[in-house]
Structure formats: structure tokens, C-alpha cells
Design a protein around this ligand. Structure first.
Ligand code: ASP
Length: 344
């Protein structure tokens, strides 16, 4: 009997699989076969590994909601045949994709591990090999009961496994490019891989349901000192806009200037949902704690606790696709559905 775990590698692109064009020095994606040639160690890993690739590997800055759905469908298509999934992905928008997949894959009970690298796999000091090999090991890891160790969407980078929808890219150069400031590390890889079971989502016994729609009529607006209410008005007249995520100061604050509040009010009158996510890397929104967030509460702005912008954006697109009105959206945002925020 073959008791090796089987893992499916889904290659979407990113630096991990790029090579430097000798003429220009510009990094370009290479195909999966070339990538696998660079890692002969893959032959020696004790898992049954299969792979599929996007027809055209992409820099993650070019990926969007349609690609998230495509990856989710690919997982759905192969779900029963594999114990776990590793998605090779550019690091730039990995936190968005990881967040989106966590919502699109309802009832997930197998590991979906996103990884990539800061240096291409063929370069001498690359971080790609370790990231790839350990991500595969985690995707195939089982507990004493033979159940997956990590039944959720996670990001593995530089010896750390993080919950996907809690993750932010915090560094453009360091190998340690990701953090999950508001949630503990799920596992740390050293001589052994040490899992923190208390931080990992419990096994979900439901069957997998793959959602395949995201509503893109959402915008993110970062507040800044001196923001012009006229500019805000202008940004929010986009026809069909359904929701705006305001990234706010500190614990969820913004200017109290009447023209600014009026711009938000007129958006609300057009039934645009407004959401409040802090610009701070860690900590949470406490709407109403300061005078500078009282008006938000009066206007029905939806506070997003300690969610990342990435998770709030993905969750809003996911929920709007379910045709909820603004009221329904506010209610659904107040309940964590994939461990994406902490209730206190
Ligand atoms: N620009 C690349 C990407 O996100 C960077 C990386 O892979 O780390 O696709």
C-alpha cells in the first residue's frame, strides 16, 4: 500500500520561477518544466507530487479576482485525489490571493499552502528551494489521526507558516517578507516543523464547496492628512460602486471636517457600503473610541476589527457576490467565517 501523501503543485508564476533575461536583466517567468529542473531535490521528497501550471506564468501584480476563482476551481477539480495543495505564486499579491482562496473554499479540510520567493530559483542565494520543499512537506503533513495538520489556506515563507487571510507582505527585499501581526505563527520550521495547534483552524468535516464569483465593484481608499473631500466625492461617483474600504488612522479614525463627513454621507445615500480598516500593521479598529470616529458609526460605517486590508477586500468581494444588501454585508462582516479576524 502506498501511504505517501499526495500533493498537487499549482504554478501560477512569480519570482520563484523567473530567470533573468541575459540581454536586459529583466526577470521573466519560466515554464514549470524548467522550474522543476532547477530543484532535483523534488525527486527525493517523500510525497507523490504532481503539478499543473497556468498556461502563461504571471507576475502576481497581474493577477486578480478571476485568477483567484481559477485557482479555487483547480483545487476543487483535484480535491479528492490529493492530500494537500501548494500554490507557487508571486509574493507581491500573495496575501490577497491567500485571503480570497480562504473565502472561496468553504468547508476546506486540506492544506492549501501558498509560497514563492524573493530570489528566482536558479540564483545562488535563492530562498526558493527551502520555501518550496518545506511547503510541500507541510501540505502532506498528517496528525496522529491521519488528518491534515493544516486544514486551511496558509502562506509559507522563510521558515514560517502563517494564516493566509491574516498575512501581509511587509518587506520588498528581505527573505522574511510576510507577517501576520494579529495572529500567531501556525508553524515554524527548524530541525523539525513545530506546529501550534491552538493557532490552526480546527478540522472542518463538511464537504468542500468551491465558490466561483467575486464582485469587483469595490474600492480601497487610503485616508491621508489633507485628503480633499472633493477628491473623495469624485472617487466615489464611479457608477455601480458597491463598497469602499476606507483605510483609516490608528484605531479607525478620520478627519471630522464637515465636508469630508458629507462626502461619506452622500456615498451612503447612494447605498455604497463603507468599511473601516486601520492603516496600522497591527491592532484593531475601535470605532467610537475617539471623537474622530464617532461620525463613522453614525453613518453606518462597518468596522473591520483587526482584519488586514487584503482580507477585508477579499471578504467584501466574496460577500457581495452573494447578493447581500448593505445590511446583510454589515452583518456578515461582523462574524469571522475563516478565522480572518479576532472577536473580542
Ligand atoms: N513581482 C513578483 C511577483 O509578485 C515578486 C515575487 O514573486 O516575489 O510576481
Amino acid at each position: 500500500m502506498n501511504d505517501r501523501a499526495s500533493v498537487l503543485l499549482i504554478y501560477t508564476g512569480g519570482t520563484i520561477g523567473m530567470w533573468a533575461d541575459p540581454r536586459t536583466g529583466v526577470l521573466r517567468p519560466m515554464d514549470l518544466a524548467h522550474l522543476e529542473e532547477q530543484v532535483p531535490e523534488l525527486q527525493r521528497i517523500k510525497v507523490n507530487l504532481e503539478s499543473v501550471a497556468f498556461d502563461r506564468p504571471m507576475d502576481s501584480s497581474d493577477l486578480g479576482p478571476l485568477d483567484w476563482v481559477r485557482i479555487a476551481r483547480e483545487i476543487g477539480k483535484h480535491y479528492d485525489r490529493f492530500d494537500g495543495f501548494v500554490i507557487l505564486h508571486g509574493s507581491d499579491t500573495m496575501a490577497y490571493t491567500a485571503s480570497a482562496l480562504s473565502f472561496l473554499l468553504e468547508g476546506l479540510s486540506k492544506p492549501v499552502i501558498l509560497t514563492g520567493s524573493q530570489l528566482p530559483i536558479g540564483t545562488i542565494r535563492t530562498d526558493a528551494k527551502e520555501n518550496l520543499i518545506t511547503a510541500i512537506e507541510i501540505a502532506g503533513a498528517k496528525d496522529d489521526l491521519g488528518r491534515p495538520m493544516v486544514p486551511e489556506v496558509a502562506v509559507y515563507f522563510e521558515y514560517r507558516l502563517l494564516r493566509g487571510n491574516r498575512t501581509v507582505k511587509v518587506h520588498a527585499e528581505r527573505f522574511e517578507a510576510f507577517r501576520s501581526p494579529n495572529w500567531p505563527v501556525l508553524a515554524e520550521a527548524g530541525v523539525h516543523i513545530r506546529y501550534d495547534r491552538s493557532a490552526i483552524l480546527p478540522f472542518d468535516p463538511r464537504a468542500l464547496k468551491v465558490h466561483d464569483h467575486m464582485d469587483q465593484r469595490v474600492a480601497v481608499i487610503r485616508l491621508f492628512p489633507g485628503i480633499s473631500p472633493a477628491w473623495l466625492d469624485h472617487a466615489m461617483i464611479l457608477p455601480d460602486l458597491k463598497a469602499v474600504i476606507l483605510t483609516t488612522f490608528g484605531s479607525g479614525n478620520g478627519p471630522t471636517e464637515p465636508a469630508f463627513i458629507q462626502a461619506l454621507r452622500s456615498a451612503r445615500e447612494r447605498d455604497i457600503a463603507l468599511l473601516n480598516v486601520t492603516q496600522c500593521v497591527g491592532g484593531r479598529v475601535e470605532q467610537g473610541r475617539y471623537t474622530t470616529s464617532r461620525a463613522f458609526t453614525e453613518l453606518g460605517v462597518i468596522p473591520c476589527a483587526d482584519m488586514t486590508v487584503e482580507a477585508a477586500l477579499a471578504k467584501t468581494m466574496f460577500l457581495l457576490a452573494g447578493n447581500r444588501g448593505t445590511e446583510g454585508l454589515a452583518q456578515a462582516m461582523a462574524t469571522p467565517i475563516r478565522g480572518e479576524f479576532t472577536l473580542i
